[in-house]
Design a protein around this ligand. Structure first.
Ligand SMILES: NC(=O)c1ccc[n+]([C@@H]2O[C@H](COP(=O)([O-])OP(=O)(O)OC[C@H]3O[C@@H](n4cnc5c(N)ncnc54)[C@H](O)[C@@H]3O)[C@@H](O)[C@H]2O)c1
Length: 373
């Protein structure tokens, strides 16, 4: 009985589904030519008007390549090639002057990082250095980790000197140390973590800024360079994160980890080709979300900051080699300007501090609106 009813219902449903709708001439809708050329309809009288519609040449029914401007602002250009320079060709960065300011202005105490210890990979230069400074200005002790330990040591001293100048009579000046590590090598990462724990006794925050980008079209990208790029950007982020999370879990202490991804993890930059970098930064962003879930039970938060185009030694070199890029890049940014490293100071302090206590697994884009359009 039930079976017979079911069969009847199925049969009714299927005949309804395949029966063509009965349209009178008056109710028939005009069919627009949204064809991609693969399944063109037979011509009918109704098509005559459509074919005369000059708008169609801008659609997929038009001839590909009919206009010179097609895809002009949204394609990569294989002639742009930038190799990440050797260390000696990169200038040293200076700490930002006057950003700490005298601490007379009131703000939420939950933004303070006093009594915390932060580790910043890639902290000897560029964005990492300025984010180290943000932690120091907010009261944290900081361990700078970098391939270039000498530069890290010089900057560590400058950060402490700067703090003294901006906080005359401060009871405590944050302790800033420098440590060597190649973040892509597990032994090197573990050795650096052991040294940091010996010097500071604990770690509460991690910021992973060691990373780099290069421009090659995908087919020409030398495989060894690509592996190095992924090693530093992805493995380096992962290795430091697990090392710090293990320490926090052993200490049964909460902590906050901030990965430096890039807007390139969410969009494809143009015109410079950089597929492996884009994929690496997408991995970093999703690693933050995945680890945030995995470590939430232990009170460890993991978030990602995705900067847009920031003016650093590296982007200055790219612009020096390809001056026309400055106009292209800034024309794609709603705010119309590249960011400066100090534009990350508030974001990193927020995510490291208790002010962001309920924020985990998030991707904070600091890109002048680039990824919104
Ligand atoms: N500058 C930008 O416009 C921009 C935009 C988005 C994201 N980012 C990301 O921000 C991070 C910092 O970029 P930056 O512009 O400050 O670069 P940078 O080259 O100025 O600084 C990177 C630092 O990382 C160190 N480093 C490189 N490889 C390392 C390794 N294997 N082990 C340890 N340290 C290593 C370098 O010595 C250097 O001090 C990178 O991850 C980058 O991808 C930069």
């Amino acid at each position: 009985m039930i079976k017979a009813t079911l069969l009847r219902q199925v049969s009714r449903a299927s005949t309804t589904a395949i029966r063509p709708p009965t349209l009178t001439a008056a109710t028939r809708l005009p069919v627009r030519a949204f064809s991609n050329g693969v399944a063109r309809r037979e011509k009918s009288n109704d098509d005559v008007d459509d074919e005369k519609d000059h708008h169609d040449e801008y659609s997929t029914s038009g001839k590909p390549g009919a206009f010179e401007h097609e895809g002009r602002f949204s394609r990569t250009d294989n002639t742009i090639r930038v190799e990440y320079p050797e260390e000696e060709h990169l200038p040293s960065s200076r700490p930002v002057q006057g950003r700490g300011s005298f601490h007379f202005k009131r703000t939420l105490s939950s933004f303070s990082l006093e009594d915390r210890v932060g580790v910043v990979t890639g902290g000897a230069r560029g964005l990492g250095l300025v984010m180290s400074q943000a932690l120091v200005v907010s009261g944290a002790d900081v361990a700078i980790v970098d391939l270039n330990k000498e530069e890290g040591q010089k900057q560590a001293q400058q950060l402490m000197d700067n703090f003294r100048k901006e906080n005359p009579g401060a009871e405590k000046v944050p302790k800033v140390t420098a440590h060597y590590a190649d973040v892509s090598k597990p032994d090197s990462v573990n050795a650096a973590l052991a040294e940091i724990l010996k010097d500071h006794g604990k770690i509460d925050n991690l910021v992973t800024s060691a990373g780099f980008t290069e421009n090659f079209d995908a087919i020409s990208y030398p495989h060894d360079r690509m592996q190095k790029l992924w090693g530093v950007n992805v493995d380096g982020t992962y290795l430091f994160a697990i090392g710090v999370a293990k320490h926090l879990m052993e200490r049964k202490a909460p902590g906050s980890i901030v990965f430096i991804g890039s807007m390139s993890g969410a969009i494809v930059n143009v015109p410079q080709p950089q597929a492996p970098y884009n994929a690496a930064k997408a991995a970093v962003r999703h690693l933050a979300s995945s680890l945030a879930v995995e470590w939430a039970h232990a009170g460890i938060r993991v978030n990602c900051i995705s900067p847009g185009y920031m003016l650093t030694a590296l982007t200055k070199k790219i612009l020096d080699d390809n001056p026309e890029l400055a106009n292209k890049w800034t024309s794609l940014i709603p705010q119309g300007k590249m960011g400066r490293p100090e534009d990350l100071m508030g974001a990193v302090t927020f995510l490291c501090s208790d002010a962001s206590g309920y924020v985990t697994g998030a991707d904070l884009r600091v890109d002048g609106g680039y990824t919104v359009t």
